[in-house]
Ligand binder design. Sequence first.
Ligand code: SAH
Length: 254
Amino acid sequence: MSGRLAVVGLGPGDPRYLTPEAAEALAGAQALYGYGPYLDRVPARAGQSRHASDNREEGARASAALRHAAEGSHVAVVSGGDPGVFAMAAAICQEIEAGPDSFRVLDVNFIPGITAMLAVAAKIGAPLGHDFCAISLSDNLKPWDLVERRLDAAAGAGFVIALYNPVSRARPWQFGNAVERLRRQLPAATPVVFGRAVGRPDETINVVTLAEADAAFADMATLVIVGTRETRVIARPGLTPLVYTPRATAEVSA
Ligand code: SAH
């Protein structure tokens, strides 16, 4: 049998967000690789081996999965959300580029998933209704001053900004620093959405202003969406508000 590797997006957590294509790839795999909590979301199947690893070991996990597939197995590597968004797909490409010829001839498929920013946006209206960008606040793989420059540029250009990896135990101050930077360019009333554990039983959504935004609203399972000057909040009696960024923008006013 010739080897095959699927790089599979599991979506944010709700099983209804797993695409039929992803479910098929998981069911057809003889071996699954991924971060333990993501593997735990995949239903057990007889005869399928599981290889859990720490979240920080992306490169080692990617090369182990590729070696396993190159031996002739059907292997699936799983990511939360979409594998191409701050996740395993790029790590797999990097290992293929640096690795032996046997990696280049493998049948590799990237299977998209619903990324956190789309899941959070859908819970609250249409905050990403106009031009937007995504920035990871993790400085494990890039220097913090680059994050600051990107935040300044994005806010200055009038993008809605989705912030992935806002805080972690190892990075307690970065989120406060990022908010402080954004306050230099954006009005205090700019809407900010905190979507936590979206699609899971403990899901919470909070809408605050940039003036009120605080690290206390965020943890490792939170995706933050910072609006623009155009982003609006519609209060609804007894219901969560709707947040949207209109389809038409008059000017970049930041
Ligand atoms: N590949 C993933 C992102 C990995 S980075 C995706 O496409 O969604 C990890 C970050 O994603 C977390 O720190 C958080 O910011 C966000 N995230 C992942 N799952 C989430 C969920 N269910 N709800 C809210 N944010 C989530």
